[in-house]
Write a protein that binds this ligand. Structure first.
Ligand code: PEP
Ligand code: MN
Length: 342
């Protein structure tokens, strides 16, 4: 249930309503919006009787929430959530591009990639330090050294950093270094990890599992938001289908569906979505045309020698070309590509 507050509700009235919610054994969540302020209720097993609240001072309305993913749903919050990542806003009009290699491999590689993507107009640097790989014999990442190199690249270029937290044991160190904590597709339903990032107060990008439904993605996001971390963005990165010519099938359907059902920003990863270098640009353009708020794209200074995902990584000149095309699509959608250069 959602309790919509009167515009002149006093702090005492709000505290009283929250107290009543707790007395009933439920949890209150404050929901800030441009048009209205509200309190969401979770923890109830069945429907909540609006009679508990309707007559309390400060209450304008009690609205039942039908979606099982409550706090991330548009029913509870009509306005888009905009997440501030050290001054870069995600979820507003400007589209944010995160770019960089699949894995951090060495200092020269990550610094060259960072300089190149910054020059081409990216706002954030991606790069895995802890890599979840299908085979235990493949490159597993530079781990803590990778985090240090990302921090170095940020200091030099001013790019914000996004990197994956693979488990709860290393989460704190990843969260310390990274501006956004990435939860990978393989961990979308790792509930202890979701709970742990839910206890952070730090932006999180949650990737859709490769066999997860849109609803399951929203329910996974609910795990994080229900623990108080409201800074969650959702990432469509391709799902497994009958198609074998491409690595995955980028589910463009998910973009309007997520935007309709949820107020959280939607990021698209065309690199893992299609898995083929020359097809990444067209799918990135399609994602913006379909309403994505951001893109995460793999770019490598020497993709043919990459230690992971070289096949789908753009070269630096290739990325610069894609960025030019993306600006045109963004403008056609009444948006722009966010730029760090003012
Ligand atoms: C990645 O971003 O390099 C990655 C491992 O992605 P995913 O979790 O979507 O497979
Ligand atoms: Mn990758």
């Amino acid at each position: 249930m959602l309790i919509v507050l009167q515009s002149d509700a006093t702090p005492e009235a709000i505290a009283n309503i929250e107290g009543r919610i707790r007395e009933l054994g439920f949890t209150p969540h404050s929901i800030e919006g441009a048009g209205r302020t509200a309190i969401g209720i979770t923890g109830n097993k069945g429907p909540v009787d609006p009679g508990h609240f309707r007559l309390l001072p400060g209450v304008a309305d009690c609205i039942p929430v039908t979606a099982p993913y409550k706090l991330v749903s548009r029913e509870v919050k009509r306005d888009d959530t905009v997440i501030d990542v050290g001054g870069v806003q995600i979820g507003g009009k400007p589209i944010v591009v995160m770019a960089g290699p699949c894995s951090v491999e060495n200092e020269n590689q990550i610094l060259t990639a960072a300089r190149g993507v910054a020059e081409a107009g990216a706002s954030m640097l991606r790069g895995g330090a802890f890599k979840p790989r299908t085979s235990p014999y493949e490159f597993q990442g530079l781990r803590f050294e990778g985090l240090e190199l990302l921090a170095k690249a940020r200091a030099e270029t001013g790019l914000k950093v996004i990197t994956e937290a693979k488990d709860t044991a290393t989460l704190a160190r990843v969260a310390e270094t990274s501006d956004i904590v990435q939860i990978g597709a393989r961990n979308m339903q790792n509930f202890s990890l979701l709970e742990a990032v839910g206890d952070l107060r730090k932006p999180v990008m949650l990737k859709r599992g490769n066999a997860a439904t849109i609803k399951e993605l929203l329910m996974a996001a609910e795990y994080i938001v229900s623990r108080g971390n409201k800074q969650v963005m959702l990432c469509e990165r391709g799902i497994r289908t009958i198609e074998t010519m491409t690595r995955n099938t980028l589910d463009l359907n998910a973009i309007p569906m997520l935007k309709m059902r949820s107020h959280l920003p939607v990021i698209v990863d065309p690199s893992h979505g299609i898995g083929i270098r020359n097809a990444v640009g067209p799918m990135a353009r399609a994602a913006i045309a379909a309403g994505a708020d951001g893109l995460i794209i793999e770019v490598h200074p020497d993709p043919d020698r990459a230690l992971s995902d070289g096949m789908q990584s753009l070269t630096l000149p290739g990325f610069a070309q894609v960025m030019k095309e993306l600006s045109a699509i963004a403008a056609a959608m009444g948006r722009s590509i966010h730029s760090l250069v003012k």
